[in-house]
Design a protein around this ligand. Structure first.
Ligand code: ATP
Length: 580
């Protein structure tokens, strides 16, 4: 797809409708362009005192018929084009959203949500305006102009007079060529500044609680002000240029009217042309002024939307970092997982986050992963889920490289519970039954019990139908974490990964959840990542990560006997518990 392929594709797919709409607009213009001719001939008959009452009525009815026909034809054509524009808007928003679902975490970490929202809102609207108003006005202006010139010739106005009068208009294409690209460039700058502002607004709103607790509203305001100032400057640059362009076109129209008055007036005085022709000529030029103003407007809009269209196209052309190979195999079940010489460096990072990891996880076992913050625990999980692509051949499930598996089958076999489980603005029930919308209330309740959140939920007046988020209740950090845990536990997956998912619960609740996990974990492979040794001590195998390497590995008792990093951490945490 080229830079404008999205729009071209749409227009090509809908060409019959566009064609009919454009023909209707053209027909309406032809009708309107006959007005001055009729008025010119009326003037001539008036001058020759040939006018009777029935002629006056006839002329009036002709004008009325033209007006009605114009409105019907133009209105229908415009409606068809506007409708296509709206459809384009909806379709593009859907395509952008589906692109968002395709793109990987790395892309989102580079862009920021505000910028992406700006694509969906500002850019798509701008393109829609151009293809709705733009196509209508451009067709209208071009054909009204052409029809007027043809009608002038048909009205018996001498060709030389028409040519002299329209000479100033020949400058229009040059102005378009000069101003067009410049307006487009400045429009792109404005759209990018708008995206930055949306991003800044989103960030400031997201962090408003932190800002308030630190009492630094002034600093936040100033930061936001800087992004607004950037838009102001860029928008001013754009407005200056587009206003100049828009003013020049009617000026050319006015010059052409002056020329026609001057030359036409002299010719009329010399009786070289009739008064009717003179009236018709000036009326035609007057009619042409409208389209000229419109063309300026439309070209401005089109240049602006051209910049937006390029941005939307760039987004749609973005190739996801993690993508499925052609012929990707489905993963039927997760049995053994083998990790072989896995070294991984994040795209914008200079040093590896994981170094030479060698690990075999047998089906049905529970593996604990502990390690200091930043030791690479979550990175390992992200690679298992292919949130980031692991190097070729380093992670295999049932002997198959996970890069050869279909993403959908891989992820649907894994229930992943992150530390900060995002909850949607819907009911608690819907949040828990996220992977299976048809799960019965009984199943949802069972998972809530396993995640030790059931009692909290039943204390809310609306129990599982309690709304969360913007229009509902705000859960505490620990409640949120356990609701997210219930969402993971309900998923019928063979591999369960808990990534520090119990960090915000107290020791008693944690031991309750661990009891449930031992029950749920039967026949499942479970990975428990935690800072707290209490969460992993009963695991079949425990990995201690340190600076991206496996520093120690064994059961709790083996690691305690080894008296290394694990044992030291255990003693420290036990001490902490006693102090509590
Ligand atoms: N998206 C990213 N881009 C670049 N570097 C990253 C990214 N995510 C994590 N890192 C880096 O990779 C290293 C390991 O991070 P990781 O999140 O895996 O640690 P962790 O052991 O899970 O830490 P914690 O216990 O604090 O969650 C850290 O040095 C971190 O800065």
């Amino acid at each position: 797809m080229s830079k404008t392929g999205l729009l071209r594709g749409y227009v090509v797919a809908n060409w019959p409708v566009y064609l009919v709409a454009i023909l209707l607009i053209i027909a309406s213009n032809v009708g309107q362009a006959s007005l001055p001719r009729i008025l010119g001939s009326f003037t001539d008959q008036l001058m020759q005192h040939k006018i009777q009452m029935d002629t006056v009525v006839q002329y009036s009815l002709s004008l009325l018929a033209i007006a009605i026909a114009y409105n019907l034809l133009f209105g229908t054509g415009q409606f068809m084009i506007m409708k296509l524009g709206r459809r384009f808007e909806f379709m593009t928003r859907e395509r952008i959203f589906s692109k968002f679902s395709e793109l990987s975490e790395y892309y989102f970490s580079k862009q920021g949500n505000g910028k992406l929202l700006s694509y969906v809102m500002n850019d798509v609207t701008s393109v829609r305006e151009a293809i709705s108003n733009g196509v209508t006005l451009m067709t209208n202006a071009t054909f009204l102009l052409l029809s007027c010139i043809v009608m002038m010739l048909l009205s018996g106005i001498p060709l030389s007079l028409i040519l002299i009068s329209v000479i100033p208009l020949l400058a229009i294409p040059f102005l378009v060529v000069f101003f067009g690209p410049r307006i487009r460039k400045r429009s792109r700058d404005v759209q990018e500044a708008l995206a930055n502002m949306t991003e800044a607004a989103e960030e400031q709103l997201g962090g408003i609680r932190v800002t308030k607790t630190f009492a630094i509203e002034d600093v936040a305001q100033e930061r936001f002000g800087t992004t607004v100032d950037a838009i102001k400057a860029k928008q001013l640059r754009l407005v200056r240029l587009s206003s100049l362009f828009q003013a020049l076109l009617p000026l050319l129209g006015a010059i052409s009217l002056v020329v026609s008055l001057l030359v036409g007036g002299i010719l009329t005085m010399q009786n070289s042309i009739t008064l009717g022709s003179f009236v018709a000529l000036t009326l035609y030029l007057r009619i042409i002024m409208g389209p000229l103003q419109q063309i300026g407007n439309v070209i401005n809009t089109m240049q602006r939307s051209g910049a937006s269209l390029e941005r939307v196209n760039d987004l749609l052309l973005e190739v996801p970092d993690v993508r499925e190979r052609s012929g990707a195999q489905p993963l039927d079940e997760v049995s053994d997982i083998s990790i072989d010489h896995l070294t991984f460096t994040y795209p914008r990072s200079s040093s590896p986050s994981l170094r030479n990891i060698q690990l075999n996880i047998r089906a049905g076992r529970t593996v604990g992963i502990v390690g200091r913050t930043g030791s690479g625990k979550s990175t390992l999980v992200k690679l298992l889920l292919r949130t980031y692509e692991p190097p070729e051949g380093t992670i295999r499930m049932n002997g198959t490289d996970i890069r050869a598996l279909s993403l959908e089958s891989l992820r649907s076999r894994i229930a992943y519970v992150p530390q900060d489980g995002f909850l949607f603005s819907t009911t608690i029930r819907d949040n828990i039954a996220f992977s299976d919308r048809n799960a019965s209330l009984g199943t949802v309740e069972h998972s809530a019990k396993q995640a030790m959140i059931y009692d909290n939920i039943t204390r809310f007046p609306e129990r599982f139908d309690t709304l969360l988020g913007e229009r509902g209740l705000t859960l505490s950090g620990g409640q949120r974490q356990r609701t997210s845990l219930a969402r993971g536990l309900i998923k019928k997956a063979q591999l369960l990964i808990l990534d520090d998912s119990m960090s915000a619960v107290d020791a008693v609740t944690e031991s309750g959840i661990l009891r449930s996990l031992r029950e749920i974990g039967k026949g499942k492979t479970t990975l428990i990542i935690s800072h707290r040794i209490s969460a992993v001590r009963h695991a079949d195998d425990i990995i201690v990560l340190d600076q991206g390497r496996i520093a120690e590995q064994g059961t709790h008792s083996q690691l305690m006997a080894a008296n290394g990093l694990y044992a030291a951490t255990y003693r420290l945490q036990e001490e902490g518990l006693h102090l509590e």
